[in-house]
Design a protein around this ligand. Structure first.
Ligand code: IPE
Ligand code: IPE
Ligand code: MG
Length: 259
């Protein structure tokens, strides 16, 4: 009996078509953030161990980065490993750290050539020496990129980020550098990992889950949310363009009344 194959993913003509529609529609989101979820389920559907799904997820990252470059998105934030993910089995954590090194090794030159500037955000003190060295290398190597800012969130938690900001503010107040009444939204904003870039306009989560899982709690205050039902390894530039097309139809009011 023939093994039924998965329906084919969108072809490159579909992607080119969708890109043309995105461009005809007008402005693309300046900053897209993605919770890349569903690698484990993708592997399970194929009766394979979870790291197999994480590896497939790496290819989706490349495609989405290229989709951002082609459509003119300026910032891409990817949630790759949460603070809570440290609680996964040691074997899965080491597979993920190994894949991070492999991703950097494989992609650093292309990212540099394409004008992508990589930053890695999170509690990097918990990374092992090899992963930390790889991170330093790609950040350094791509530091002149100006076409796309790629923020990889690793060992990141939104609440921990806010605690870190609160501690810095408390220290500044204690040292007399900052008056309590001078603390504003900007005081907090400037102490987040993302101080250098605008807030996300569009937040995508794959695999159908409808939660933030502690990602960018402060920064997504007015992001448009888009839940994609596909698992992350099946997400690519065509799916990104579909999300952008949906975003372009939204009416962003920011609490005001539409004119
Ligand atoms: C996302 O896929 C990748 C990480 C969180 C590191 P998952 O590993 O969470 O996959 P599921 O959600 O179990 O399918
Ligand atoms: C969120 O996915 C973290 C990343 C995508 C890196 P999880 O799979 O860890 O989130 P939960 O456990 O479903 O909330
Ligand atoms: Mg998950």
């Amino acid at each position: 009996m023939a093994i039924p194959s998965a329906p084919p993913g969108p072809s490159s003509t579909d992607a080119a078509d969708l890109l043309a529609r995105v461009q005809a529609h007008g402005a693309v989101p300046r900053h897209v953030a993605i919770i890349m979820d569903g690698n484990g389920r993708w592997a399970r559907e194929r009766h394979m161990p979870r790291p197999f799904g994480h590896r497939a997820g790496m290819a989706a990252v490349r495609d989405v980065v290229e989709g951002c470059l082609d459509s003119g998105v300026q910032w891409l934030s990817l949630f790759a490993f949460s603070q809570e993910n440290w609680q996964r089995p040691v074997s899965e954590v080491s597979a993920l750290m190994g894949l991070l090194e492999e991703y950097i090794q494989r992609e650093a030159d292309a990212l540099e050539r394409q004008g992508v500037r990589v930053r890695v955000l999170g509690d990097l003190s918990r990374l092992n020496a090899r992963a930390a060295a790889a991170v330093d290398r790609v950040v350094q190597q791509t530091s002149n990129g100006t076409r796309l800012g790629l923020n990889l969130f690793i060992s990141y938690g939104g609440r921990a980020e806010l605690v870190r900001a609160a501690r810095e503010i408390a220290a500044d107040v204690q040292a007399g550098r900052l008056a309590p009444e001078a603390v504003s939204e900007d005081t907090i904003r400037d102490r987040l990992f993302t101080a250098f870039c605008p807030d996300p306009d569009l937040l995508i989560r794959t695999s159908g889950e409808q939660r933030l899982s502690n990602f960018l709690l402060w920064q997504v205050a007015y992001a448009e949310l888009y839940i994609a039902s596909v698992l992350w390894p099946d997400f690519g530039r065509a799916a990104l363009y579909e999300a952008i097309l949906d975003f372009q139809r939204r009416d962003r009011r920011f609490g005001r009344v539409a004119p």
